[in-house]
Design a protein around this ligand. Structure first.
Ligand SMILES: NC(=O)c1ccc[n+]([C@@H]2O[C@H](COP(=O)([O-])OP(=O)(O)OC[C@H]3O[C@@H](n4cnc5c(N)ncnc54)[C@H](O)[C@@H]3O)[C@@H](O)[C@H]2O)c1
Ligand SMILES: [Zn+2]
Length: 344
C-alpha cells in the first residue's frame, strides 16, 4: 500500500493506494454514527465486505440522477436515523457516488466529516481526489457544489477487476492526461503496458493510480480552488466537455477526443512538435480510445461557448508544449472560431 497526502488551505486529506475495502473500519471514527452512501451495483457486488455501520443509503446510478432531487431522500433518511453534526459519511463507489456523498456531507448540518472508498479508475485518479463535489443542474454538469476534502480516500485496486472495460478505458483517458501534462515517464510507462491493462494487472493499475495522484495532490495542495496551477487538469476538457455533451460518450472517451484537438491546436500555434502530437494520438489509439468524433465545428464551438469555466470572451486553454509539459493561456472564442476548422 502507498500513502499520499493533500495539505491545502481548506484542509487535509490522506489517500491510500492499494488499501482494501476489508480494512476500511480502521479509518472510521469510533463511537460516532456512520452512514454508507453507495450505488446498487457496488452494494450488490461488495456489500458483504462493507463495514458494520448504522445506515446504508443507495443512490440511483447515472448522470441523470446526480441531481438536487436525489439528495432529498438522502437527507430524509439521515434525519430519520438521527444523524447529527458528529456523524460520519462514507461514500463507496465511483465518481458519481463520491461527488454526491461529498456534497451531502458538506452541506448536511453545515458540514460533517466524510471519507471515500473509490471504486472506478476514473474516480481513483480524478474524481475522489481534490475536494470538488456536487451535482448536475438542468443539463449543466457539476453546476451546484462545494470544495471540501474527505478525511481519507481508499483506492482499492482489486475492486477495479469487476469494472467493465469501457469504464476502465474511460479512466485511462484521465491517466493519459496526467502523463501528457506533467510526467513523461508515466506517459512512456502507459505506452509500454497497454497489454497489461487488458489483463487488469494490479501492479500496472497501482502505478497508473499512484503516479496520477502524485501529480494531482501536489498541484491541488497549492491551488485547491482552481485559481491558477490546478487549471492544467482541464487539458482536453475544453473540447472534451462539449464532445461529451453532444455525443453522450463516456467522460474519458470525450476527454481523449478533446486531448487530440487540444494537441493539434498546440501544434498549430507552434507550441508543440507534430511528432509529439502523433505520439499522443498513437497511444490513445493503442488503448482503444477515440481520437475523432463526428460533430461539426459549428456545433462544437456553440457548446464550447457555454463552458462554465469561460472567462468573458475567452477561456483558459491548456496547451501541450511537449509530452509531459503544458502551459495555460487565454484563448478567445474569436480565435478559436477562426482555427477550429483546421483541427478537424
Ligand atoms: N469531483 C471531481 O473532481 C471529478 C473529476 C472527474 C469526474 N467527476 C465526476 O465523476 C463522475 C464519473 O465517475 P465514474 O466514471 O466513476 O462513473 P460512475 O460513478 O457512474 O461509475 C460508473 C459505473 O460503474 C459502476 N461501478 C463502479 N465501481 C464499479 C466496480 N468496481 N465494479 C463494477 N462496476 C462498478 C457504477 O455502478 C456505474 O454504473 C461524473 O459525474 C463526473 O462529473 C468528478
Ligand atoms: Zn475529467
Amino acid at each position: 500500500m502507498k500513502q499520499l497526502e493533500i495539505k491545502s488551505s481548506i484542509g487535509e486529506s490522506k489517500i491510500y493506494v492499494g488499501e482494501s475495502l476489508a480494512n476500511v473500519s480502521k479509518y472510521l471514527p469510533e463511537n460516532r454514527k456512520i452512514a454508507i452512501i453507495t450505488d446498487p451495483v457496488i452494494h450488490s457486488l461488495y456489500g458483504e465486505q462493507f463495514p458494520e455501520v448504522d445506515l446504508i443509503i443507495e443512490i440511483p446510478r447515472g448522470e441523470a440522477n446526480k441531481s438536487l432531487q436525489s439528495l432529498d431522500g438522502v437527507f430524509e433518511q439521515l434525519i430519520e436515523h438521527e444523524f447529527d453534526r458528529t456523524s460520519f459519511i462514507l461514500g463507496i463507489g465511483g465518481g458519481i457516488v463520491c461527488d454526491m456523498s461529498g456534497f451531502i456531507a458538506t452541506i448536511f448540518m453545515r458540514g460533517i466529516e466524510f471519507g471515500f472508498v473509490s471504486t472506478t479508475l476514473l474516480s481513483q485518479v480524478d474524481a475522489s481526489v481534490g475536494g470538488k463535489n456536487g451535482v448536475n443542474f438542468r443539463g449543466y454538469k457539476n453546476m451546484i457544489g462545494t470544495f471540501s476534502l474527505p478525511k481519507f480516500v481508499i483506492c482499492e485496486l482489486n475492486i477495479l477487476k469487476s469494472l467493465p472495460k469501457s469504464e476502465l478505458l474511460s479512466g485511462m483517458g484521465e491517466v493519459v492526461k496526467h502523463g501528457a501534462i506533467a510526467n513523461e515517464s508515466l506517459f512512456s510507462y502507459i505506452e509500454n503496458h497497454v497489454a497489461d491493462l487488458e489483463k487488469y494487472s494490479s501492479e500496472v493499475l497501482e502505478t497508473f493510480v499512484y503516479e496520477s495522484i502524485v501529480i494531482k495532490s501536489n498541484v491541488v495542495s497549492n491551488d485547491v480552488r482552481e485559481s491558477g496551477a490546478r487549471r492544467i487538469f482541464n487539458y482536453g476538457h475544453t473540447f472534451g466537455h462539449a464532445v461529451e455533451k453532444i455525443t453522450k460518450m463516456p467522460h474519458g472517451f470525450a476527454v481523449s477526443v478533446g486531448m487530440v484537438l487540444a494537441a493539434k491546436l498546440s501544434v498549430l500555434k507552434g507550441k508543440m512538435l507534430q511528432a509529439d502530437c502523433d505520439r499522443l494520438v498513437s497511444l490513445l489509439e493503442k488503448l482503444g480510445l477515440p481520437t475523432t468524433c463526428d460533430v461539426s465545428s459549428e456545433e462544437l464551438l456553440a457548446v464550447m461557448k457555454c463552458d462554465k469555466k469561460r472567462d468573458g470572451d475567452s477561456v483558459h486553454f491548456v496547451y501541450l508544449t511537449g509530452i509531459g509539459k503544458c502551459c495555460v493561456e487565454k484563448l478567445s472564442y474569436t480565435e478559436l472560431a477562426a482555427c477550429i476548422g483546421d483541427l478537424r
